[in-house]
Design a protein around this ligand. Structure first.
Ligand SMILES: Nc1ncnc2c1ncn2[C@@H]1O[C@H](COP(=O)(O)OP(=O)(O)O)[C@@H](O)[C@H]1O
Ligand SMILES: [Mg+2]
Length: 397
């Protein structure tokens, strides 16, 4: 599959060259050569369609080139010029390039996602939130005298999975009402091999157009990993990212890059040097766990019928995500417990034959205890130590 993706970029280049050549032949009246190239273009579009089936633009491209071939072969060079098809053809060609361009842009815009998160929905991490808010402030504000400003627009968040890095990136974006580009790097590289280099510059172009923007680079270590795997394209993508990250503090349109990684020790100096701010997002301490449990229970309108002390104590090593799952599970337990009879009628409800409401009761200690049997923390102590060692050496907090 990967080699398919490698081919896609190559074939697109060939098509682009053929289109140029075809136009030149046609303008010189070399109909034979023109038709040969039309056939080649059509065949290559068919190959592309096979390799890159997710893409619906190919059918219409193929149709438009088949029509063009027919026009050329039936009217001959004189005919084309006399009937004014020359101009129609030009429109066609730019239409085709336009379509490819459009397809490209729509891939980027598909990365734009909703970022509706308030700072108050992130439990604990007070020091980190302050550090990040300050960084965003200095990134957005202008100095009052003419000084050279270092690039303050890149922030690196690192820490164990599920600790709120993605959520923080969204909060940054939503707080400044920015356009949020959610970019999973590994997916970008594997999906758009051949194109991914162009994707990166297009990404930042569109981010500037839609400024203020936050570009969220998730799993940034994949930039290096894929290169190590011998994926040549990844090297080019890395270079493209590095030059974008070098920044444009002269540029007025506000684009901030927030990168995240669960494995900071895989990053190299080239990447690290682009991130002035490196913020450790660690596992929650007991007080933070209490807050996160609150956000995912009372914060969502549920009542809690018992003290949380016991649960807080028993969730040492849980990430925010683990706690979120724990709360969801406890809520489900409460709903099952409270709605036994109604649940017996679930066939009816699912069948849509009757409208039923269910009861919501306070969450009890046993709802949480049962949930604890199911949800286990995702990382171990040794991993925790590894994060702390890296933090000591490289982080701002
Ligand atoms: N500090 C936190 N406060 C509240 N919820 C959190 C917190 N950290 C994580 N979560 C919950 O865990 C989920 C996953 O967090 P996420 O930001 O995707 O983690 P990461 O990107 O670090 O892997 C979030 O959707 C949220 O529900
Ligand atoms: Mg994440």
């Amino acid at each position: 599959m990967d080699s398919d993706y490698l081919q896609i970029g190559g074939i697109k280049k060939i098509i682009a060259d053929d289109i140029k050549a075809e136009t030149a032949f046609e303008e010189k009246g070399k109909i034979g050569e023109s038709v040969v190239l039309c056939n080649k273009i059509i065949n290559n579009l068919k190959v592309l369609k096979k390799l890159d089936g997710s893409n619906s633009t190919y059918d219409s491209l193929i149709r438009s080139w088949e029509k063009r071939k027919e026009d050329i072969s039936t009217s001959g060079s004189q005919g084309l010029k006399k009937t004014g098809k020359q101009t129609e053809k030009k429109g066609n060609t730019s239409g085709l390039i336009g379509q490819m361009e459009q397809e490209f842009r729509s891939r980027i815009t598909s990365l734009i996602s909703d970022s509706n998160v308030k700072w108050s929905e992130i439990g604990g991490l007070e020091e980190q939130k302050e550090l990040i808010k300050e960084a965003v402030f200095f990134a957005m504000a202008q100095p009052d005298v003419d000084v050279k400003v270092p690039n303050l627009r890149n922030i690196l968040l690192f820490g164990p999975p599920g600790t709120g890095k993605t959520t923080i990136a969204k909060a940054i974006s939503s707080n400044i009402e920015a356009t949020f580009f959610n970019v999973p790097i590994s997916e970008l590289i594997s999906r758009y091999v051949g194109d991914s280099e162009r994707i990166v510059s297009a990404l930042y172009t569109i981010a500037r157009e839609k400024a203020p923007s936050v570009v969220f680079l998730d799993e940034i270590e994949s930039l290096l990993r894929q290169r190590g795997d011998g994926n040549k394209n990844a090297g080019a993508v890395l270079q493209q990212f590095l030059s974008q990250l070098d920044g444009f503090s002269t540029d007025d349109s506000f684009v901030m890059t927030v990168a995240a990684t669960n494995v900071p020790w895989e990053l190299d100096q080239a990447i690290l040097s682009r991130f002035e701010k490196r913020v450790f997002i660690g596992l929650p301490d007991p007080e933070t766990r209490r807050k996160i449990i609150g956000i995912h229970t009372t914060g969502k309108g549920y009542k809690v019928d018992s003290t949380m002390d016991n649960i807080v104590e028993q969730t040492d090593g849980f990430s925010g995500r683990d706690l979120f799952y724990l709360c969801s599970e406890a809520i489900r337990n409460m709903l099952r417990r409270t709605n036994k009879e109604i649940m017996e009628e679930k066939e009816k409800v699912i069948g849509g034959s009757s409208k039923v409401t269910y009861r919501v009761n306070p969450l009890s200690a046993s709802d949480f205890d049962q949930a604890l049997q199911k949800v286990k923390p995702a990382i171990n102590e040794e991993m925790s130590k590894k994060y702390f060692r890296w933090k000591e050496e490289f982080a701002n907090n």
